[in-house]
Design a protein around this ligand. Structure first.
Ligand SMILES: NC(=O)c1ccc[n+]([C@@H]2O[C@H](COP(=O)([O-])OP(=O)(O)OC[C@H]3O[C@@H](n4cnc5c(N)ncnc54)[C@H](O)[C@@H]3O)[C@@H](O)[C@H]2O)c1
Length: 362
């Protein structure tokens, strides 16, 4: 167990703000340095005595800084995470590990070479909705998981001229936006994919360089199947500021974010826009296979973040784990399984073919 230490957040944009707030709330963090070339970002914490604006060079040289969170745009993740590890700092890096698999492999190499703590931010594994689904699966309540259907419909919210819309990578959106949801399929099946086939219809968002829809079909061992259907431009509300207060409206204005997890003895449904998770049990009825809902858990809007977007809780847990000498719960090698999955789906769309997990390009 170590003493309190200083930490830094690199990139204090939309997601960096959550990382900064979480680091300031961690009992392990003494002072926090924020690195962002945009001076408006650091102004958000004006008056916070424990927070100082800094530069990458300064935080790398400062031995009191033990922990660095990387929340810059994706093409900078490798540069910032590798520099931090090479300077002897523990790292929590936002997903994806980079814009290419080569970048992701290099991050693994740096983690191996330095032997330092490095975690990739797949925060849904810390979100109560999905932890509860996993707990039900692990308890055997639905038998063997054989089929997972993920539905994600939203609005265009990346914005004109943003780094996301301007990304040159054709399949960029799978790693950027869908990696969380493919990662959960790995988590629920407790396995890596075997083959993947993905289709993208012509896009309708004119200013994005990437596709705005993906239909990703995957096989896992034993013939188990995962499907993810994603479409971006349908939903009516897109304003990020309002979104968190608007789930009730959004549940009926085109948004959907749900998993249907089908097991051999029952099923689970998670539904963000209805703030709900339910479990079914199958039974033998006289003329059919019966099914009944046996458990329903709902949550209030005050708990939205902890239930389905728990970056804050993830950060507190990761910093605590690091401070107590624990191993990373999603190191670069593990996160690479999800990166591979995302890029295999991208390759499938480019090739128009089924891609196997053993494809040499992965
Ligand atoms: N885990 C999640 O749920 C989740 C959600 C959204 C975004 N993200 C990830 O977080 C990362 C940031 O996304 P965002 O939405 O905050 O983007 P953003 O554009 O809002 O913020 C990026 C910030 O990085 C800063 N920046 C750019 N170059 C920099 C540099 N060289 N050094 C330091 N700072 C620099 C920008 O000024 C900006 O403030 C992305 O990798 C994204 O994939 C994760």
């Amino acid at each position: 167990m170590m003493e309190q230490f200083n930490a830094a957040v690199i990139g204090a944009g939309g997601m960096g703000k959550v990382h900064v707030d979480a680091a300031l709330a961690s009992p392990w963090v003494k002072n926090l340095y924020v690195v962002d070339p945009d001076p408006r970002r650091v102004k958000l914490w004006e008056g916070e005595a424990r927070l100082k604006s800094s530069t990458m060079d300064e935080v790398l040289k400062d031995e009191s800084v033990r922990f660095i969170t990387v929340a810059t745009p994706n093409h900078l993740h490798l540069e910032h995470a590798a520099a931090a590890m090479r300077a002897g700092k523990a790292v929590l890096c936002e997903k994806p590990m980079g814009n290419t698999l080569a970048e992701a492999r290099e991050m693994i190499r740096v983690e191996d070479e330095t032997g330092l703590f490095c975690q990739i931010g797949f925060e849904l594994r810390y979100s109560k909705l999905y932890l509860l689904a996993k707990e039900w699966i692990n308890s055997g309540a639905i038998g063997d998981v054989v089929n997972i259907q993920t539905r994600y419909f939203c609005a265009e919210s990346h914005g004109k001229g943003s780094w996301r819309s301007n990304s040159p990578e054709p399949g960029f959106l799978i790693g950027e936006k869908l990696s969380h949801y493919l990662d959960l399929q790995r988590y629920f099946f407790d396995a890596d994919f075997e083959t993947v086939y993905s289709l993208a219809a012509p896009k309708v968002v004119p200013f994005c360089n990437h596709h705005d829809n993906h239909q990703i079909m995957t096989t896992f061992s034993g013939g188990r199947v995962g499907v993810l259907n994603f479409i971006m431009p349908i939903a009516e509300t897109w304003d990020n500021g309002e979104k968190r207060e608007m789930l009730e409206k959004q549940s009926d204005d085109g948004h959907a974010l749900s998993y249907h997890i089908c097991g051999t003895r029952g099923a689970i449904e998670t539904d963000v826009f209805r703030r709900r998770i339910r479990r079914w049990e199958y039974f033998d009825a006289p003329d059919t296979l019966g099914s009944r809902i046996v458990e329903t858990v709902t949550f209030p809007k005050e708990e939205d973040q902890t239930y389905f977007h728990n970056v804050y809780g993830q950060d507190l847990a990761v910093i605590d784990n690091f401070a107590k000498g624990g191993a990373s719960q999603m190191n670069t090698r593990d996160a690479y399984g999800t990166m591979k999955f995302c890029f295999a789906a991208e390759l499938s769309e480019l090739d128009g073919k089924i891609i196997s997990g053993s494809d040499p390009r992965l």
